[in-house]
Structures are given as structure tokens and as C-alpha cells.
Design a binder for this molecule. Structure first.
Ligand SMILES: O=c1[nH]cnc2c1ncn2[C@@H]1O[C@H](CO)[C@@H](O)[C@H]1O
Ligand SMILES: [Zn+2]
Length: 357
């Protein structure tokens, strides 16, 4: 079998469920926006700045990895800058062959220059719409859904959950919590999750990245998460060997087909996995968990959806059938309505992979 090349992977349709808006800016855009607001960057050379983000995020610790977001969040404090960053995000994902993306960000982090929560959300939604339209004009079809994130160390999750529900018919498709995981269990935000369940709304929870099984267990069994952001530490509940044995929690996650939003490069940078080749995605796929492949933060990892796929092809020898499986898993797990998911699977994904294979 001829190994699959990067160019072909870019052309293949891909679905992305876990991508942070403030973790995916173009370095050149950060430089321009920083000059407008007098924000001091480590360097104003876009190439060097891109490398600075990757090297700084390569820290082995989630807390230190998250410090790099100070520079991206600082330049995303006006409606115009949020609009631009969101439009470029849609354009960049579409150019990479992503046909469906859920992009998340935390509105509460963008209020430093007078915007309201609603103002932040409206600027981002308008930016995604503009970028989607520009991509379509170039012949690149993408659909972008927005997830609103609440920061887990803060106390605004109920407010952000209500904000998400308010915009559910105009582009917001789900809710999430993010930020440092150790010391900030999901149950701190139980009120918000119970509210969302009563509203029949969708949410994912960052869990099982920098903290292990208790975090995953709470996210699912206390909070009712539809999906797990990362969830990579679920392997702590699997006894490896010729015939791996699943514990109660990992068996539950697999039986219920709870999607795992795995982010290989990001996990290596924060120390959640030793390398791509040793990333638990290999085992989890073999065991048929509902595995999806994601970018997390394209800027901090110097990556793209196609690059993450290519890394897995290199490390695990995956072919088109595995790449299609990841893509369909993601599409099945999306927060948009079932009929819309199905039409992307049947009309876009399957015909394209049939030609590739
Ligand atoms: O992998 C991650 N784990 C936990 N939190 C994260 C990760 N990536 C980004 N953020 C946090 O989410 C916020 C909103 O997008 C970012 O500002 C960052 O603090
Ligand atoms: Zn994340």
C-alpha cells in the first residue's frame, strides 16, 4: 500500500470537533492586531512568533501551555478583531479541507475593552459567517458551529450556559468548560450543566487531559457530558495486554459510544502522552471507542487537521479507511441536528473517500 501523502489528506474532507478560536490565530494577524492595541509580544516577526508559541507550549504542563494564550486573548478584545480572527479561522480550516468544524472560545475572556458577552458572541458569529462565505466563493465548502466555553477556575458558567442557549438558533451549537483541570473538577459547574440538560442543549467537557479518571467520571456521571474533550486518560482504566481488560468507566464510555475528542499533538505538548507513536489513540481505536481526531490549538501546536491525520498515518500506518472512520465518527458526534449530520456524511464524506480508496 502506498502511504498517503499530505496533499491528498488536505483534499480529503475532514470533520473537526475540538478547536479553540484563541488557539488558532495566524501569527501575522497577531502581530498586526497587537500593534493596534499596543500589546507587547515576545517578537514581532511572524515566523519567529509562530515558533515562539510552539516552543513555549511544548512545556509538559497544561498550566504553562495555557500561559501562551495571554497573547492571543489580549489581541481579541474588540468586535473588529474577533470578527477578523473568526473569519480567518473559517478560511484556514476550509483551505485545509475541513468541511465541518466546531470552534470554541470563552466569551468571558474578551470583555477587557468594553464589549458585552452578547457583543463578543455576535462578532464571532458574524466573522464565521463572513469567512464561510469567502471560502465558498473559492469553492471550499465549510460549515462552522460555535461552542461557548466557560473557564473552569472562574464562576461564570451559568451565565455562559444561558448565553449559549440564547444563541442556539443563530450558530451556537454547544457548551464546554476549559482551563486548568487539576483542582477544578467539573462538578463545580453542576448548576450550569443541569440547566443545559433541562434546555435539551448539548455540551462537551474538557476532562481526562491533565487529570485522570475522577474528572472523566464526574464529567459523564455527574454532569451528563455528551462528549469528552480529550478523555485521553481513560486508558488508565484499561489493563493492557493481548486481550485488554476494560474497567467499569471505560466500558461505560465505549458501550454508550461517548465520543472522545482526542488531540494528539496537544497531548504530547502538555505531557498527557509521551509521543504520537505512544499516544493512546492507537489502543482506543483498536478497541473501537468512538475516537475523533482534533487539533485543539493549531497555533500552539503548529498544526492543522491534515497534519494531525498525517502524523497518525506515519505513526500507526493508517490508510483511507481509518481516516474515513475518524471523520465519520466526528460527524456522527457533532452537535448539529441529525439530518444535517447525515447529509454531510452521505453527500460529502462518503463519496469523497470512495474516490480516494
Ligand atoms: O487543551 C486545553 N485544555 C484546557 N484548556 C484549554 C485547552 N486549550 C485551550 N484551553 C483554554 O480554553 C480557553 C478558551 O478557548 C483558552 O483561552 C485556554 O485558556
Ligand atoms: Zn481544548
Amino acid at each position: 500500500m502506498v502511504p498517503i501523502g499530505m496533499e491528498e489528506i488536505v483534499k480529503a474532507p475532514k470533520a473537526l470537533l475540538h478547536d479553540h478560536l484563541d488557539g488558532g490565530l495566524r501569527p501575522a494577524t497577531i502581530v498586526e492586531l497587537a500593534a493596534e492595541v499596543d500589546h507587547t509580544l515576545p517578537t514581532t516577526d511572524p515566523g519567529e512568533l509562530g515558533r515562539w508559541f510552539v516552543e513555549s507550549a511544548d512545556s509538559g504542563s497544561l498550566e504553562r501551555y495555557l500561559e501562551t494564550f495571554d497573547h492571543t486573548v489580549a489581541v481579541m478584545q474588540t468586535a473588529a478583531s474577533l470578527h477578523r480572527v473568526a473569519a480567518e479561522c473559517a478560511l484556514d480550516l476550509a483551505a485545509d479541507g475541513v468541511v465541518y468544524a466546531e470552534v470554541r472560545f470563552a466569551p468571558e475572556q474578551h470583555l477587557e475593552r468594553g464589549l458585552t458577552l452578547d457583543g463578543v458572541v455576535e462578532a464571532v458569529l458574524a466573522g464565521f459567517a463572513a469567512g464561510t462565505e469567502q471560502a465558498a466563493a473559492k469553492g471550499q465548502q465549510i460549515r462552522v458551529g460555535t461552542l461557548l466555553t466557560a473557564m473552569r477556575h472562574a464562576a461564570r458558567s451559568q451565565e455562559i450556559a444561558e448565553l449559549a442557549v440564547r444563541y442556539r438558533d443563530t450558530g451556537v451549537v454547544g457548551f464546554d468548560i476549559a482551563g486548568a483541570e487539576a483542582g477544578f473538577p467539573p462538578t463545580r459547574h453542576l448548576d450550569a450543566f443541569e440547566y443545559l440538560q433541562r434546555e435539551n442543549f448539548h455540551f462537551t467537557i474538557h476532562a481526562g487531559e491533565a487529570f485522570g479518571l475522577p474528572s472523566i467520571w464526574q464529567a459523564i456521571q455527574w454532569c451528563g457530558a455528551d462528549r469528552l474533550g480529550h478523555g485521553v486518560r481513560l486508558v488508565d482504566d484499561i489493563t493492557p495486554g493481548g486481550d485488554p481488560v476494560l474497567g467499569r468507566l471505560s466500558a461505560y464510555v465505549r458501550d454508550k459510544r461517548i465520543p472522545l475528542e482526542l488531540c494528539p499533538s496537544s497531548n504530547v505538548q502538555t505531557g498527557a502522552a509521551p509521543s504520537i507513536a505512544q499516544h493512546p489513540i492507537g489502543l482506543l481505536r483498536d478497541l473501537r471507542f468512538r475516537v475523533t481526531v482534533n487539533t485543539d490549538n493549531r497555533l500552539m501546536s503548529g498544526t492543522s487537521m491534515s497534519r494531525e491525520m498525517a502524523l497518525l498515518v506515519d505513526a500507526f500506518g493508517y490508510g483511507w479507511s481509518e481516516l474515513q472512520w475518524f471523520t465519520i465518527n466526528a460527524m456522527k458526534s457533532a452537535f448539529i441536528p441529525f439530518d444535517e449530520r447525515l447529509s454531510i456524511i452521505n453527500e460529502v464524506i462518503k463519496p469523497a473517500y470512495a474516490k480516494l480508496a
